[in-house]
Ligand binder design. Sequence first.
Ligand code: ADP
Ligand code: ADP
Length: 228
Amino acid sequence: MIAMQGVYKTYPNGVTALNGIDVTIEQGEFVYIVGPSGAGKSTFIKLMFREEVPTKGTIKINQMNLPKMKWKQVPYLRRDIGVVYQDFKLLPKLTVYENVAFALEVIEEAPKSIRRRVMQVLDQVGLKNKARFIPDELSGGEQQRVAIARAIVNHPKLLIADEPTGNLDPDTSWEIMKILDEINASGTTIIMATHSKDIVNTIKKRVIAIEGGLIVRDEHRGEYGYEI
Ligand code: ADP
Ligand code: ADP
C-alpha cells in the first residue's frame, strides 16, 4: 500500500529531517512510529498525505506517485487518507455533527446519505447522543473521538494518527486505542506516531523507530524501546 524508497527531506532552513528512508507498509497493518523528539516522525507522517514533499526519493501510496503528483490530484489522495492529531483540530464553532459532516459535504455527497453516514460513524465512536454539542462542551477524549469520526467518515484506506493520545489521560487513551483497534480490524491501515510506552508495549503491533531521520528498528510486535 505504501512504499518509500530513498526518501530524504531537508527543510528550506537547511534542517534535514529524513536521511534516506526505505519502508513498505501493507494494507491492513497497524504501525507505531516511535523515536525521540526531533527524530523525524512528524515529517515521515506528513509525507504520506503530501503535507510535505520529499527533497529526494519516491513515495507510492495505492499506486499514486506522491512527489510527482500535481496539485489538483492531491484532494483525491487525501480522500483516501484520514488524519488525527494530538490537538484534535476540530472547528470550534461547528457542532459535533457538522464537524463530521463537513468532510462529506466538501465531496458533494447527497444530503440523505451524509446524514445516515454521520450518525453511523458517531455511533461507532459512542457519540451519537452528543451530535448537537460544540467541541468546547466535550471532554478531551470525546473531542478526539469526534476527530476520529471525521477522519473515517469517508471510509479511508489509511488512517494516520500523530500522537493521538498525547493530550489525554491514561484511561481515556485506552478508550481511543480501542476505537483505533476496531477501525484497524475492519481493514483500515493505521500509522500512529506515539510516545506512549504503555500503549506500544501492551497492544503489540509493528514498531518502526526513527532516530536522526533514519529507521533504526522495524519489528513485528515490537517494543517501545525508550524510557520515556
Ligand atoms: P518528530 O516528529 O520526531 O519530533 P519532526 O519531523 O517534527 O520530528 O522534526 C524533525 C526535524 O525537522 C527537527 O529538527 C525539526 O526541528 C525539523 N523541522 C520539522 N518541521 C520543520 C519545518 N517546517 N521547517 C524547518 N524544520 C522543521
Ligand atoms: P432521530 O433519528 O433519533 O430522530 P436524528 O437523525 O434526527 O435523530 O438526529 C440525531 C441527532 O443528530 C440529533 O440530536 C441532532 O443533534 C443531530 N443532527 C442530525 N442532523 C443534523 C444536522 N443537519 N445538523 C446538526 N445536527 C444534526
